[in-house]
Ligand binder design. Structure first.
Ligand code: ADP
Ligand code: MG
Length: 376
């Protein structure tokens, strides 16, 4: 059998400043530097600071890939998700998460629009094409389900009238959702219509800071079942599963002055995002040999994703932030969470980069001073 591999990557997408932010006089404080670095500046301090103090207000974060306002939907798909498609056809599992506060661009990245479709449609289109071109494509069946997890309850977004759905473990120990709608069309326009309509069914309630904040996790589950002849000529079915997840807004309950119902939702969201962060963290730090210590039971989300997070799987997280000075606190916490989801190897790389960054800053200072001396 294939070797156990567990890989994860974390990308960051910084969206453009929007009209509301510009009207409020917000400035961009988050910037992409090179292909892998984002710099966040603390807007709270004295802008008349000296050069050195000014530099200490900047924090650099390294990711596998950083996208800014110039990145297209195609760029984001190619760099984060495209390479997962082959694996899913071979029977591996994979998960892509969109993480970040409300309004930061998660749904834009995952669903997108008719003219600028996101990861959902691009992944499915590549998947269908790869199957068509593959040698044993005729034996493949693709189906998809679209659901939300809201306050630890699962609803079918393709058939919201069906009520609450339950998670079941089948005889082989893999997780199934009892009674969920499975669609198997390969027609792009039809898929986009279904997903756009499904997304409108998501639980979206106003909070103090966002008029249409998503309070649920939306999960597009894509299943590829492939019939193969086993060694004894008996037929085996290989199942590869891909989860594309548009997470609930990560803003903290305290920041949005949420009370009562909103506060309960906030607690559920925080709990599942914390459970998710802990799972990814534990998996990437300890490697697949110790996945038994990861507590998937902590939330519905991690239970559903159990197979996809452990064992032979790949995990991609795309963190989202607004570049606006008015979103500093949210951006800071998002960068820290996403950063924590990375593995030790990357962390070591980052430390080295920080050192060279500092050297680069001193080089700047030295050449500035040199120029001043020359002028004297
Ligand atoms: P979220 O799902 O994180 O709450 P949305 O994806 O709904 O945020 O984005 C909020 C708004 O910003 C939407 O109107 C969306 O079209 C726009 N937007 C988000 N990201 C981008 C981007 N990269 N380029 C252009 N517009 C964007
Ligand atoms: Mg959204």
């Amino acid at each position: 059998s294939a070797p156990r591999t567990q890989q994860s990557s974390v990308a960051l997408r910084i969206r453009p400043l929007n009209d509301t932010e510009l009207e409020e006089g917000a400035t961009a404080i988050a910037h992409k530097v090179g292909d892998q670095m984002a710099v966040l500046m603390d807007p709270g301090e004295d802008p008349e600071d000296t050069l050195r103090a000014h530099r200490s207000r900047e924090k650099a974060f390294i990711f596998d890939t950083v996208f800014d306002q110039h990145a297209s939907q195609e760029d984001v798909y190619r760099a984060t998700t495209q390479q997962l498609v082959e694996g899913v056809i071979s029977g591996y599992n994979a998960t892509v998460f969109a993480y970040g506060p409300s309004g930061a661009g998660k749904t834009h990245t995952m669903l997108g629009t008719d003219t600028e479709p996101g990861i959902y449609l691009r992944t499915l289109a590549d998947l269908f094409q790869a199957i068509e071109e593959s040698r044993d494509g005729a034996d493949c069946r693709v189906s998809m389900s679209y659901l939300e997890i809201y306050n630890e309850v699962i609803r079918d977004l393709l058939n919201p009238a069906s009520g609450f759905l339950e998670l079941r473990e089948d005889s082989r120990g893999s997780i199934q959702i009892a009674g969920i709608t499975e669609v198997s069309t390969s027609h792009a326009q039809e898929i986009m219509q279904l997903l756009t309509k499904g997304t409108r069914q998501r639980t979206q309630e106003p909070t103090a800071t966002h008029p249409t904040s998503s309070r649920s996790h939306a999960v597009l589950q894509v299943t590829v079942r492939q019939r193969r002849r086993g060694t004894d000529l008996a037929e085996e079915v290989h199942v590869g599963r891909l989860f594309l997840v548009d997470l609930a807004g990560s803003e903290r309950a305290s920041q949005t002055q949420n009370q009562g119902k909103r506060m309960k939702e906030g607690a559920h969201i925080n709990r599942s995002l914390l459970a998710l962060g802990n799972c990814i963290n534990a998996l990437s730090e300890k490697g697949s040999s110790r996945t038994q210590y990861v507590n998937f039971r902590d939330s519905k989300l991690t239970r559903l994703l159990k197979d996809a997070l452990g064992g032979n799987s790949r995990t991609v997280m795309i963190a989202h932030i607004s570049p606006a000075s008015t979103s500093f606190e949210e951006s800071r916490t998002t960068l820290l969470y996403a950063y924590r989801a990375k593995n030790i190897k990357t962390r070591v790389k980052r430390n080295l980069l920080n050192v060279s960054l500092r050297i680069a800053q001193y080089t700047d200072v030295i050449s500035d001073l040199r120029r001043e001396i020359e002028r004297l």
